[in-house]
Ligand binder design. Structure first.
Ligand code: NAP
Length: 286
């Protein structure tokens, strides 16, 4: 039997916890957390992600400001804008929506965001903290994935985990988090030979390749826990990297798309924004 991990319900519980704490701290300090999102250009997917983030902030009592910029913004203009936000004590979180136009050096942008306001957890020092087992802001999607895995009560220690995808924002940090949980981790990517050989061995499989339905039932181990990160458009609907119906009955736990990792990413972003605010205001962490 396959249990579907309800990302929506898990995310709702997290959002409610965040909201409760935000309201308490706002009352105590007189200042609510404030997230600034920089959105460049008119990519419809980016606009819709930002809209969802703004809505979630509003519902949690977090102020959000969207700064829209033209796609021809120069690198130095963008870095100056980030510098201004870094220095603004009323800004507790800064998020630059990716992808950026080709002429902008993404790494330089991520490096410029003050690490204490880096709600996405993409600053090199936050990434280093993850790899060095130190406190830092975790990237939202991997953090949400780990929360989902823990919700299943599946032991991770000593288990074989395979992450399909090696991006800086999903694959690599997810693998690092699983390693931190003492799983034995393999990262697969587009040059991996015989992908099924690896995936069939996985107790935990995270699919983050951005290839619609590429993981089929014959590619997984009976009883594997499968987290589907992919978001792909197919025949006018959204599907994951996993062939959901094909895995039903074979996976022990499975996340749906939509309603799985997506809502958890947003919930984790709210948690990160609250954590940055508390840190900047000198409020002790729980
Ligand atoms: P990405 O930067 O395009 O990375 C995709 C990775 O998958 C790359 O490492 C690539 O390998 C690998 N890959 C591609 N085709 C493959 C194949 N046939 N076999 C094995 N590996 C393959 O994408 P991303 O930003 O990590 O996102 C991955 C997916 O997750 C996308 O569908 C994205 O929309 C989704 N996503 C969802 C959320 C959410 O909140 N739900 C958040 C972020 C991303 P190479 O490195 O060799 O090219």
């Amino acid at each position: 039997m396959t249990t579907i991990i309800d990302g929506k319900a898990l995310a709702k519980a997290i959002r409610e916890d965040v909201k409760k704490e935000v309201l308490e701290l706002t009352e105590k300090t007189g200042v609510s957390p404030h997230l600034v999102v920089i959105l460049i250009g008119d990519d419809p997917a980016s606009h819709s992600y930002v809209k969802a983030k703004e809505r979630a902030c509003k519902n949690a009592g977090i102020r959000s400001t969207k700064l829209l910029r033209e796609p021809n913004i120069s690198q130095s203009q963008l870095l100056d804008l980030i510098g201004t936000l870094n220095r603004d004590d009323d800004v507790h979180g800064i998020l630059v929506q990716l992808p950026l136009p080709k002429h902008i050096d993404e790494n330089q942008v991520l490096l410029t965001i003050k690490k204490e306001k880096d709600v996405d957890g993409f600053h090199p020092l936050n990434i280093a903290a993850l790899h060095m087992n130190e406190d830092g802001i975790l990237p939202a999607t991997p953090k949400g994935i780990l929360t989902m895995l823990k919700s299943t009560n599946t032991p991770l220690k000593g288990k074989k985990a395979v992450v399909v995808g090696r991006s800086n924002i999903v694959g690599k940090p997810t693998a690092a988090l699983l390693l931190k949980e003492h799983a034995t981790v393999t990262i697969a990517h587009s040059r991996t030979e015989d992908l099924s050989y690896h995936t069939r061995d996985a107790d935990i499989l995270v699919a983050a390749a951005g290839r619609a339905k590429m993981i089929t039932g014959d590619m997984i181990k009976e009883g594997a826990v499968v987290i589907d990160v992919g978001v792909n458009r197919m025949d006018d609907r959204l599907v994951g990297d996993v062939d959901f119906d094909d895995l039903l009955g074979k996976a022990s736990f499975l996340t749906p798309v939509p309603g799985g990792v997506g809502p958890m990413t947003i919930a984790s972003l709210l948690e990160n924004t609250l954590a940055c605010y508390k840190n900047l205001k000198g409020i002790a962490r729980d």
